[in-house]
Design a protein around this ligand. Structure first.
Ligand SMILES: *Cc1c(COP(=O)(O)O)cnc(C)c1O
Length: 301
């Protein structure tokens, strides 16, 4: 079961931090659960609450073959005693990814739709069709992106003494976690999101328009220079960074999200992005099972 008690806030010890007269704590959401790791549990919490209140029997959600959200939803549904359906982008592969195999193991029924069809999944007609077909289902948008997901993500900062920090940093996929963090951050804090997808430079404008309701107007920005070519794209430099970072800190990261986040933090430190005296809180959002798709021996942990 979920173990929020296992979450720690680890102080990061790196020469670079000393050199720049900054300090950093890492919120280890990766320790919460081996499968529903990191931010996924927070993002799912209020969707499952809603399903229970509305007495839904089925959870339906969307994702790709390596989606942490798919596996987390499958696992959470099985723990809640609900059926789950995962609508997966693309044709069914001859050999399913480890993520999808695990989702099936948790009882998720997988339905594969073409990439073109997948793009239409938020269209009103498409949604209506699904809603009519599965009247007793709760539909969770891809990545948990929506009101409930953001509300859950706001609770991440209840785990720390948030007033201590000048900067809060997180990886950005759909931006759900980022929006939640911005909503509960204070006026003297800056939230920095590291986008791991390519080509969604207008995301922050969209989030500001409907999801971010921070009356205190804390500073916030999404950086788009650290996606390494796009979602789940990687190169030798990133893999080498992940291994070196593990050697230095004993903190495991993944190549889709948190590896890029910590890489970005070290680059930002080198470039004097953070004024001396800054106290950073870095959200380790989990997702380590994504590394299972790498060939053995790529990573040292
Ligand atoms: C899903 C995920 C994210 C992205 O969260 P969003 O709320 O979609 O931006 C970040 N880190 C990890 C490890 C994830 O699995």
């Amino acid at each position: 079961m979920l173990n929020t008690g296992a979450i720690t806030t680890d102080s990061l010890s790196l020469l670079l931090l000393d050199e720049k007269k900054c300090s950093a704590d890492v919120l280890r959401l990766d320790k919460i659960h081996p499968i529903i790791s990191g931010n996924k549990w927070f993002k799912l919490k209020y969707y499952f609450k809603k399903a229970s209140e509305e007495k839904k029997q089925i959870i339906i959600t969307y994702g790709g073959s390596y989606s942490n959200h798919i596996i987390a939803t499958a696992c959470a549904a099985s723990e809640a005693g609900l059926n789950s359906i995962g609508i997966i982008r693309g044709e069914r592969a001859a050999v399913l990814s480890p993520t999808l195999l695990a989702a099936e193991k948790y009882g998720m029924q997988l339905q594969f739709i073409s990439r073109d069809e997948y793009k239409r999944k938020e269209d009103i007609l498409f949604r209506k069709e699904i809603e009519e077909k599965y009247a007793d289902a709760l539909i969770i948008p891809e990545g948990g992106f929506g009101y409930e997901g953001i509300k859950g993500a706001e609770e991440i900062l209840l785990l720390v003494d948030k007033a201590k920090y000048t900067h809060i940093l997180c990886a950005v996929g759909t931006g759900t976690m980022y929006a939640g963090l911005v909503n509960v951050s204070g006026p003297t804090q800056t939230v920095v999101g590291i986008c791991v997808l390519k080509g969604i430079e207008n995301l922050s404008i969209q989030l500001d328009a409907w999801a971010i309701h921070n009356e205190k107007k804390s500073a916030h920005q999404i950086l788009h220079d650290y996606h390494f070519g796009g979602y789940a794209k990687k190169n030798d430099q990133l893999i080498e960074f992940i291994n070196t970072f593990y050697r230095q800190t004993r903190i495991p990261t993944d190549f889709v999200y948190t590896g890029k986040l910590f890489y970005a933090v070290t680059e930002l430190l080198k470039n004097n992005f953070f004024p001396a005296g800054s106290k950073l809180l870095i959200i380790h959002s989990g997702g380590l099972q994504g590394n299972n798709s790498l060939t053995k021996d790529t990573l040292i942990f």
